[in-house]
Design a protein around this ligand. Sequence first.
Ligand SMILES: [Zn+2]
Ligand SMILES: [Zn+2]
Length: 285
Amino acid sequence: MTATTLLPLRTRAFDFPTTFLFSLIALGAMIGLPTFAYFYDYSWVDWTMFVVMYIASGLGITVGYHRLVTHRSFTCPNWVKAALLIGGGWALENSALKWARDHIRHHSRCDQEEDPYNAKRGFWFSHCAWLFWKDPHRNGPFPARLVKDPVVMWQHRYYVPIIVSGLLLPFIVGFLSNGWVGGIGCFLLAGVGRVFFVLNSTFCINSICHLWGSQPHGHADSSRDSWFISLVTFGEGYHNYHHMYPSDYRNGLRWYNFDPSKWLIYGLSIFGLASSLYRSSPKTE
Ligand SMILES: [Zn+2]
Ligand SMILES: [Zn+2]
């Protein structure tokens, strides 16, 4: 690996809107969530919505944003893609179009100045602090194949209403089950808290999986495999394999690797809802 020069962060402009939004989510999750639990507690409806929406938004990111849109590791009908991108949109990680543009650069310029969540800048930068500065390398046109994708462009256009629906849905379900208190509780747990946990699950890939773990598949960059992180990231912890073979629809190569994202893609293919599942043939298999 060649050493690269990183420009000091003081050369970057601070991103106030993103920092404010992220702080609001973090404070809501760390203060609002336990405060509500102290006074009212959460119902089984709140917890069910939390689990359902955590899975929908988590898999929306890993299967929809990551493996489908960014890496094209399989194809699927437009309505399946739209459903995955609605789930991914609920995670508050930008539209799939912008997310994919950043992530393509993460792979092509990994560990270098242009890497948006460069782990060479340390744990906190790669985990979440990269959001606090405007990225000077996030310029130029979007990849043409993404701009030509009607579903990706539709999700980009309606990203804000999708975000709002992901926060409104738990409120409505909670309200219908237990009035205003139910609505606020379900909004806090399955809306704000769920966004916070899904965000951190994604962040762990960029931080932990570039700092700690094994490199059984290659040493071309800092990516690491971590079976432990796979447990909370729907299988994306096998990140060294993913960096070496990014087009593979699996991140966990072996059948027993915990990778719910590959199981969902494979499951969809059994029902004819996914096809052209791409497999690399690594020497280590
Ligand atoms: Zn990576
Ligand atoms: Zn990737």
